[in-house]
Write a protein that binds this ligand. Structure first.
Ligand code: GDP
Length: 344
């Protein structure tokens, strides 16, 4: 259980001191005690790409691993303006009222391009931002989606070790970030706007196939009927699309984050999904497969870092680029030479 003594509003830019000042052992103990300052330091550590920080982060995550995995992991995606923050704020508030503790993390590809983040602003979730059993963490900024996804996955584990029993990972519905989130959660929710019709054609088919549930938000005032029609259209579409799970049929519902309508139904679906998948063994199998995919991602990232982080390699690659441009060597042969050098 999280000790309420340690809780309070946390700001992204609040300075908790250097991530390296506490040993991995001390951080482990304090995170297991639910101490928020230690959690914040540990997150800073896992977001760092410095080699000594990475080594310490890996030691910390390894020692906390036994205490992870106990939360319900929910992914939420949708385009800007669909109502993600309104939804997560209200949904999270409902869960807090039921006695849960809720961590909200974000993966925002825009933070890679601009250094800023559409999902980072804490004022977006006013109820959660001030609640002592909630924790809102903006997207880490990073150069690659892979790096941002790694930090978010590791932050999720830290939050679980600190005792949060619901983790929500939010992303904007662009690029590959949706697959990254779907690959780290148990239940993936897509938020859409009313008024599908032609738009239904335009929605990425892959997104619909990834979703365990589709919620048409803003089903209130003028848009209520349209939202119900849209939800029905998606229900029809969901029946013909292939499913990610043999044991779960995704469905579509009309909701209003603003009026807190349909949100209880979503939480009921999350729980039902977990029970059904646990019974069939699919829940554990999915988590194990996610862990294996995660390990492969890390291997790939570290190999890439080893090659691209080495100045001599970069010089060799630049010169190979020239040769390929001039047509003096075939791309495959140039790649072979570079890989042979990397292996030495
Ligand atoms: P995000 O960009 O996806 O995080 O969307 P926001 O939560 O910031 O919401 C975008 C706009 O839609 C804001 O003006 C919200 O007040 C509004 N909004 C969000 N949810 C609802 C809803 O359920 N009904 C209505 N009518 N407006 C909503």
């Amino acid at each position: 259980m999280i000790s309420s003594f340690c809780f309070g509003t946390m700001h992204a830019n609040q300075n908790y001191g250097p991530a390296t000042t506490l040993s991995a052992e001390d951080l482990t103990t304090q995170i297991l005690e639910g101490r928020r300052a230690a959690l914040a330091r540990a997150i800073t550590l896992v977001e760092s790409t410095k080699p000594d920080h990475r080594a310490k982060a890996n030691a910390l995550l390894d020692s906390l691993y036994h205490a992870t995995g106990k939360s319900v992991r929910i992914g939420v995606t949708g385009l800007p303006g669909v109502g993600k923050s309104s939804f997560v704020d209200q949904f999270g508030a409902n869960l807090l009222e039921e006695g849960h503790s809720v961590a909200v993390l974000a993966i925002d590809p825009s933070s890679q391009r601009t250094g800023g983040s559409i999902l980072g602003d804490k004022t977006r979730m006013q109820r959660l931002a001030v609640h002592m059993n909630a924790f809102v963490r903006p997207s880490p900024s990073g150069k690659t989606l892979g790096g941002v996804a790694r930090a978010t996955r590791e932050t999720m584990l830290l939050c679980e070790a600190a005792g949060f029993d619901v983790v929500i990972v939010e992303t904007v519905g662009v690029g590959q970030s949706e697959s990254a989130v779907a690959g780290m959660v148990d239940f993936f929710l897509a938020l859409l706007l009313p008024g599908a019709g032609d738009e239904l054609q335009g929605i990425k088919k892959g997104l619909i196939e990834m979703a365990d549930m589709i919620a048409i938000n803003k089903a209130d005032s003028d848009l209520e009927r349209q939202a119900s029609r849209t939800a029905a259209d998606y229900n029809a579409a969901l029946h013909i699309l292939s499913r990610g799970s043999e044991n779960w049929t995704p469905r579509s519902v009309a909701i209003s984050a603003r009026e807190n309508k349909g949100l209880a139904e979503i939480w009921a679906a999350v729980q039902q999904h977990k029970t059904i998948l646990q019974k069939s063994g699919e829940f554990d199998a999915k988590r194990r497969q996610q862990a294996i995919t995660w390990m492969h991602d890390l291997i790939e990232q570290q190999l890439r870092q080893r090659v691209l982080g080495n100045p001599e390699m970069l010089r060799t690659i630049a010169s190979a680029e020239n040769d390929v441009r001039n047509g003096t060597i075939a791309p495959g042969a140039a790649a072979d030479q570079i890989i042979a050098l990397a292996a030495t």
